[in-house]
Every structure is written in structure tokens, then in C-alpha cells.
Design a protein. Structure first.
Ligand code: GLN
Length: 502
């Protein structure tokens, strides 16, 4: 299961190494041979929960879809192919995007290094895409980011990983995990190619065609309308503009105090401080402490909302409507037997755990205590962000809800500082990439902890990017992720700043 049959073109050594990394689920037979791309062409790896047509299957790393090939191609794949992308293959992930280490896969775990002893986690759930980029096997990779699945693997593998504003990039053909949070994300070794794709650039005639931010997709109901796109962009700058370091001068970066948690690895804390200092001294930016009081509750709210939406999305995989049927189940018994046998066999442990969790929090006796409270926390998370950013949120909801609506354990004293910032600066994850051996047996709740710095931006639908941040460690320099978060639809500036900083 671990390797794909089309790898036979590669040399044995490459084969051996790739099998250990296990980052591709399927590969284009031609791409195993070295190809010299034409200037306008680039190689692309696609996470296997994003639909591609034959010859590539789209498995979501699930047994239930292990023989599935999609009749349609995701809009983003079509867009990138029209810009010159050659698909190298489909990458391994946590089943349906649920996980943080790419270990919950029906095709076995991904590793970011090929050492037999102590392989290291690639992060998840877009771990396969991150490894393909880090290994220089592709120029660009697509991932999905629901609560950090592009940013976390980018941080662990030392590449750039960008999650766009919610509703910017079409999700048509992306197999849903949690609809209110899902985004398509991009991984690359440099920020520049990502910025040029999203925001356009003004040095060529074709800039207009390249800017993905402009494209409304009528096939995706969550894709922002063209008029809303233009209205949002009008309040923003940096679309179709070149960036250089001088533009960082005078920008204000907020350092959220609540992100300085006890669990933060001291080496990452030091690197974070060094990054802030460099921004001030080298680029003339201003660093200000800010408060995002709902940070701690955000993680809990995410792990209520995401499984709730997942339980509803995954209901269709029952062996009748979708999914590989468990043929051993007696088909003439009441439908429930077939459904249960198909789902029991076809889904992995973590997916089943999320379905149970989601079905419970949506049940009538638990709804008020979990799902409704989580939605309220989500609004507070958005409000926290809107208070610290200098730019207004063009989708801002009116703040009409009562303080008595708040969950009891959220204190509402005057924690917000007066400063209004351009971007937030924080680590992507609280630890360095762990050893796979240390995470495979980890309790789920412990691995949920990894997402503490990435889920707030997801809950608020904000753009965020992780760029490599050097970390001094006893055994040499390692890499972690530095995360920048921007106000809604401030993607062009966010990418420009990230490019200038890296
Ligand atoms: N680790 C998070 C989860 O398991 C985020 C996953 C994602 O962004 N797809 O839900």
C-alpha cells in the first residue's frame, strides 16, 4: 500500500527514499523521468482531497474512497493547469484532512526525512504536499487548510504555506471536511510565486489573468461574488504591485500576548522575539503587544464546530450513495446493516472519532452546551481580531449580541490595547516538528493542541501565512514556522510583507 505502482521509472534508491517518505498516493508515470519545464510551466502536486480526473484517483487517504476517480476536476486545478501547471501527482494526507501529522492515512504515515531511525513528522494534514515541495520535487503544491493544515506542515518542513481569506479561492471539487472553515492553500519554497498567482504583479502584460483573487466561481456557493471582491479590494492595497523591503517601514505588527503559552517551546519563543526585533531594526516596522482574549477558547470551539460539520459531510459515504461498499455485509438486511458495516470498515479511527463527536454535539441534549456555545465563541474570536486590526473587516457583523450571551469563563475586562495593527506576528505551532514515533500513539486531544495558533484565523476566515523561521537548537539550527495573520481580504499585502521578510 505504501508506494504507488507508477514509481517504477525511478531509480531504486529514489524509490526506496520516496517509499519511506510516503508523500505521494499516486504519481504521473511521466513525471518520474526528469523533465525540463518550459519557462511558463511549473510542476504541481495536488493534495488527494482535491479532485483531479483520470489517471489520478482522488482518495482523501480513505479506504472508503480508495478506488474512486472523480469525473470532475477542481476549479483551482483547472485554473493552475491553464497557467502552465503539470500535475506530478496526488499527495498523502490525514484522512479527509483530519489530523495534524499526516499519520491518519489509509496509505500509511508521511515522513519528512528518509532516515529509518526516528523519522520526523511532516505535519498535517497536507503533509505529503509539504514534503513534495521541501524535497524540490515540485514547484508548487496545493493543500487544504481548515484549521491549519497548510500552515502546520509548512512550518514543520521549512517551506511557505498560505491560507487565503475564506471565500477567495474556489472550493469546487474540494472534498469538504468542515464547510464553514475549509480553504484551498498553497505551498512553495518561496512566497513570491504564491503572491504572483494570488495577487498578480505589474511587471507583465498578463498580470490581469494571473490574479486568482479576482475569480468568482459560480459552481462554489461560498465563493465571494465579483462585486464583493472588487469592493473588498478597493479598501485594500497591494494587488498587482511589486513589493520590496522599504514598504515594511512604518508598518505595525501586533504580538498577541495570549500566544505566549506555557507549552511554547522556549527555542520558538526566542526565535519569535528575534523575528520581531529584526522587523523593527532591519525594516523599521513597529512591534506592539496586543491582546486576543478568546484565543484559548478558540481551540475548543474549533474542535466542536469542525467535527459537527464533518459528521454531516461524511454522512453520504454509506456504500449506497458514495463510497466503497462493504460487500460482506448482507445487502438484503435492513439498510442500517450495510451502512454500518461499510462505514465501520471504510473510515479510520480518527474520522470515526470526529463523526461520533460531531453527532453528539449536534444532538438535541448537547446542542446548547456545545455547538451553540462554540458559535458564540467564534463570534468573539472575530471580534478580537477586528479590534486589533487597523483595517476594517468588510464583512463585519454588527455587534448586537449581549454580554450575557458569553460563555461564563470568558472575562471581558478591558484587555484590549489601544493600538491598531497591520498584521499579527506569532509562531505557527508551539513546538518543533516532533518524531513520528512520539505522535503515533499520542492521545487525540494532545495532538489537537498543535493547532492552537492556527485555528483562530480559520474561525475568523482571515488570511494567514507560515514562513520559515530559523531556530537555534543544541543540535544545530532547525526550522519552525513564523505566522503572519492579516485582516480579511488583505491577502495581497500579507503576501507582499511575507515575501519581503523572507
Ligand atoms: N488539525 C486540524 C484538524 O484535524 C486541522 C485540519 C485541517 O486544517 N484540515 O481538524
Amino acid at each position: 500500500r505504501g508506494s504507488s505502482p507508477s514509481l517504477h521509472h525511478a531509480t531504486l534508491r529514489q524509490h526506496h527514499q520516496r517509499r519511506l517518505l510516503n508523500h505521494f498516493i499516486s504519481k504521473s508515470p511521466s513525471s518520474a523521468d526528469p523533465i525540463i519545464p518550459k519557462t511558463s510551466q511549473f510542476t504541481l502536486a495536488v493534495k488527494d482531497n482535491i479532485a483531479t480526473t483520470s489517471p489520478f484517483p482522488t482518495t482523501c487517504a480513505s479506504d472508503i474512497l480508495s478506488n474512486y476517480t472523480s469525473p470532475i476536476e477542481a476549479t483551482i486545478v483547472t485554473q493552475l493547469r491553464s497557467l502552465g501547471a503539470n500535475i506530478t501527482g496526488k499527495t498523502n494526507l490525514d484522512e479527509f484532512g483530519m489530523g495534524s501529522h499526516s499519520t491518519h492515512s489509509a496509505f500509511g504515515p508521511v515522513s519528512q526525512d528518509s532516515s529509518l531511525k526516528d523519522p520526523i513528522s511532516a505535519g498535517g494534514s497536507s503533509g505529503g504536499s509539504a514534503v513534495a515541495v521541501a524535497n524540490k520535487e515540485v514547484d508548487l503544491a496545493l493543500g487544504t487548510d481548515t484549521g491549519g493544515s497548510v500552515r502546520l506542515p509548512a512550518a514543520y518542513t521549512g517551506v511557505a504555506g498560505y491560507k487565503p481569506s475564506y471565500g477567495m479561492i474556489s472550493r469546487y471539487g474540494v472534498i469538504p471536511y468542515a464547510n464553514s472553515l475549509d480553504t484551498v492553500g498553497f505551498l512553495s519554497r518561496q512566497v513570491k510565486p504564491i503572491r504572483e498567482l494570488i495577487a498578480g504583479f505589474n511587471s507583465t502584460e498578463s498580470a490581469e489573468e494571473i490574479a486568482l483573487w479576482k475569480y468568482h466561481d459560480s459552481k462554489d456557493p461560498t465563493s465571494l461574488s465579483l462585486s464583493a471582491r472588487l469592493r473588498c479590494a478597493k479598501q485594500r492595497e497591494g494587488y498587482n504591485k511589486e513589493w520590496d523591503q522599504t514598504r515594511l517601514n512604518g508598518l505595525k505588527f501586533g504580538v498577541p500576548l495570549e500566544y505566549n503559552i506555557e507549552e511554547l517551546d522556549p527555542r520558538i519563543r526566542d526565535a519569535w522575539a528575534a523575528a520581531a526585533e529584526r522587523l523593527e531594526q532591519k525594516f523599521g516596522a513597529k512591534i506592539v503587544p496586543v491582546s486576543l482574549p478568546t484565543t484559548k477558547q478558540a481551540l475548543a470551539a474549533y474542535y466542536v464546530i469542525a467535527p459537527a460539520e464533518a459528521s454531516s459531510n461524511l454522512a453520504k459515504y454509506d456504500g449506497v450513495r458514495y463510497g466503497k461498499r462493504n460487500e460482506e455485509a448482507s445487502s438484503d438486511a435492513a439498510g442500517g446493516v450495510l451502512y454500518a458495516a461499510t462505514r465501520g470498515k471504510g473510515f479510520g479511527e480518527e474520522v470515526k472519532r470526529r463523526i461520533l463527536l460531531g453527532s453528539y454535539t449536534l444532538s438535541s441534549e448537547a446542542m446548547d452546551n456545545y455547538f451553540i456555545k462554540a458559535q458564540k465563541v467564534r463570534r468573539l474570536v472575530r471580534r478580537d481580531f477586528n479590534r486589533v486590526f487597523a483595517l476594517e473587516n468588510p464583512l463585519q457583523e454588527s455587534e448586537t449580541f449581549e454580554l450575557s450571551d458569553l460563555p461564563d469563563n470568558i472575562e471581558m475586562e478591558d484587555k484590549w490595547g489601544p493600538e491598531e495593527v497591520d498584521f499579527l506576528l506569532c509562531p505557527t505551532a508551539p513546538t518543533l516538528a516532533p518524531k513520528l514515533a512520539d505522535v503515533v500513539d499520542q492521545k487525540s486531544v494532545d495532538s489537537y493542541m498543535n493547532d492552537v495558533f492556527t485555528v483562530p484565523a480559520s474561525l475568523a476566515g482571515l488570511p494567514a501565512i507560515s514562513i520559515p523561521m530559523p531556530v537555534a537548537s543544541e543540535d544545530g539550527t532547525k526550522t519552525a514556522g513564523l505566522q503572519l495573520i492579516g485582516q480579511y481580504w488583505d491577502d495581497a499585502r500579507l503576501l507582499g510583507v511575507a515575501e519581503a521578510m523572507s
